[in-house]
Design a protein. Structure first.
Lengths: 397, 190
């Protein structure tokens, strides 16, 4: 028998085994065949760290995959076909009915998805949907005048000293000068409202991503011994390193000193702590309230959590989660209902109310930030968190 | 810690059908590693092993209401093999998976090898068991009862050509000494 024929014969037996039509002898043979190949292959050495990493990464991929499939189904069919009642198991009856009239299993799942996520709630959601946030911000110049950036055209917006402020693209602002000796004319502030985000290139080339309900204040040109900026809310920095002129970020009572770096700072006043997460390079975090504090130096992957004068270090921060907002996502992984609702409030410009106690629920995965609010709320409903929209307020049931 | 840590697989399967995500998490916790290691050894690729385990669990969640799983480890193992097999079929680099079967069919192994590699010997025996009953009988008459082709044809009332054809398909080229070893294995396990 040729190799081709052999191969084909083995494949035929395996196919019968997988289809469940193999004889008991064939089943026994296929099972021993797989076991034989497996045992013959030398064992690869995994240490427990390897395995922990793979386990974590795989679980994240699985959670994201499930979420993706579920939102795909939602988007395909945004309006409910049948609304029977609003309890969570209602779909069972519909599914049973669907089976009786001969709808395939595939349709069963479509219906399951639609109806778990529909009911009276979805009908309301479709009527009262709220668009996601976008590239919106206000720029306050040295002289106090303000420019609304979402409606401003691309191009040079203002000239301050010998520095030009240019809107380079939707959602991007840049400072540049042709002069060797830029003149500082005071400071500018870029402010995002709830539902806004913006990108900024500072005069030294440092890039800043500003999340919703945040602000950054910076000089129009960096002169002198340091480059100092001040933020509120949340921002991500990719700093152009300059040893002669260190970059310092002030957030509340904390100063972050760059030693050549990319990092995220989350200083929202309603968060439990002020978190600085280092992605690349090295930064020093100094708590201003502590007299004579020499600060702590963060390594990539570490996060410092500052609460009052206390600093707590987290060794392996979940960078995907910390940077989700910057990458156009909303992370649901391992956070509480309260945290998700805070995110939603900032990004969809809505207020949150709780009808009763805050539900205790775990979530999974990442959602795109550019979906309408209803999609996010439907995803939450999938985890049993019921919500209602009234005007610009979400009521968590 | 998962609240289902001490539940049986069977209990987890029932909870899964009721959309219980924590039961699903527990299934992952309990079974991901053996599935991953098994796929990695069969395919010799970490990436493919990860892709397969990912796909398998997403599917497990998505189809949670479709059927009752009787034996979770067996179900997962079969689901894994099915995915591994799809990679094997597609990928020329995975030829080593087919080699033992080719060796077996072409009888390109030595008595020495069979003595050393008992698992391989058992594998051949298990294969002989899968042969259609007529082919298996002819095979046994030749190697166990040492009949020649015409004796077998007489014994079964078929043509010599039929006997020849059947023998050619069942481990053609098997030497007597190998056949003897093999028969020990066959009679031992059946």
């Amino acid at each position: 028998m040729s190799k081709q024929q052999s191969r084909k014969e083995l494949e035929e037996i395996i196919k019968r085994y997988l289809a469940g039509s193999a004889s008991p002898e064939e089943t026994r043979f296929v099972e021993s065949y797989f076991a034989y190949i497996e045992n013959k292959t030398p064992r690869e050495n995994f240490n427990s760290e390897d395995l922990d990493g793979i386990k974590f990464r795989l679980m994240e991929r699985i959670q994201n995959g499930i979420l993706e499939k579920e939102t795909e189904l939602l988007e395909k069919e945004p309006t409910p076909v049948v609304v029977l009642h609003s309890n969570r198991r209602g779909w069972l009856r519909i599914a049973a009915a669907a089976l009786l009239i001969g709808i395939s299993f595939g349709a069963y799942f479509m219906i399951h998805q639609r109806t778990t996520n529909s009911g009276v709630l979805a009908a309301q959601l479709v009527r009262a949907d709220i668009a996601p946030g976008g590239n919106r911000a206000i720029l306050t110049l040295t002289n106090g005048s303000q420019i609304v950036l979402d409606s401003a055209r691309n191009g040079v917006l203002a000239k301050q000293g010998n520095v030009n402020v240019t809107k380079t693209d939707s959602g991007k602002l840049a400072y540049n000068t042709s002069s060797e000796k830029p003149i500082e004319t005071g400071s500018n502030t870029l402010t995002t409202p709830r539902g806004g985000q913006y990108q900024l290139v500072l005069p030294d080339g440092t890039k800043v991503w500003l999340n919703a309900a945040s602000s950054i204040t910076y000089p129009t040109a960096f002169v002198g011994k340091e480059r100092k900026v001040e933020v509120t809310g949340e921002a991500y920095f990719e700093v152009v390193h300059n040893a002669k002129m260190p970059f310092r970020v002030k957030a509340n009572d904390q100063i972050i000193e760059d030693i050549g770096t990319a990092f995220n700072v989350n200083a929202y006043p309603d968060e439990k702590s002020l978190n600085t997460t280092l992605v690349e390079g090295s930064v020093k975090v100094i708590v201003d309230k502590k007299p004579g504090d020499n600060g702590v130096i963060l390594k990539p992957g570490q996060q410092s959590q500052v609460k009052g004068a206390q600093i707590k270090m987290v060794q392996n921060a979940n960078l995907e989660q910390v940077l989700a907002w910057k990458n156009g996502k909303m992370s649901l992984a391992n956070i509480t209902v309260e945290q998700i609702m805070q995110d939603i409030s900032r990004w969809y410009d809505v207020d949150i109310k709780y009808a009763g106690a805050v539900p205790d629920q775990k979530f999974y995965g990442l959602i795109d930030r550019n979906v309408p609010l209803s999609t996010v709320l439907l995803a939450l409903k999938n985890y049993g968190v019921e919500t209602k929209i009234e005007g610009k307020t979400i009521i968590v049931q | 810690l998962n609240k289902y840590a001490s539940h049986t697989d069977q209990q987890l399967c029932d909870l899964l059908r009721q959309d219980d995500r924590e039961a699903f998490d527990m299934m992952y916790e309990r079974h991901w590693q053996s599935l991953y290691l098994s796929a990695n050894r069969l395919l010799k690729s970490r990436t493919q092993a990860e892709d397969i385990v990912q796909d398998l669990f997403i599917n497990l969640w998505q189809k949670r209401g479709e059927y009752q799983i009787e034996n979770l480890p067996a179900y997962l193992r079969k689901a894994l093999r099915s995915r591994v097999f799809n990679y094997l079929k597609r990928d020329q680099a995975k030829n080593s998976f087919y080699e033992p079967f080719e060796d077996m069919q072409q009888a390109s192994f030595s008595a020495d090898q069979l003595v050393r590699d008992k698992e391989f010997l058992k594998l051949i025996a298990a294969y002989v068991d899968t042969l259609p009953s007529k082919r298996r009988e002819i095979f046994l008459l030749k190697y166990r009862d040492h009949m020649n082709t015409s004796e077998i044809a007489d014994h079964l009332g078929v043509s010599m050509k039929t006997v020849q054809n059947q023998l050619n398909r069942a481990l053609s080229g098997l030497k007597d000494v190998l056949a003897a070893l093999l028969l020990i294995a066959i009679t031992h396990h059946s």
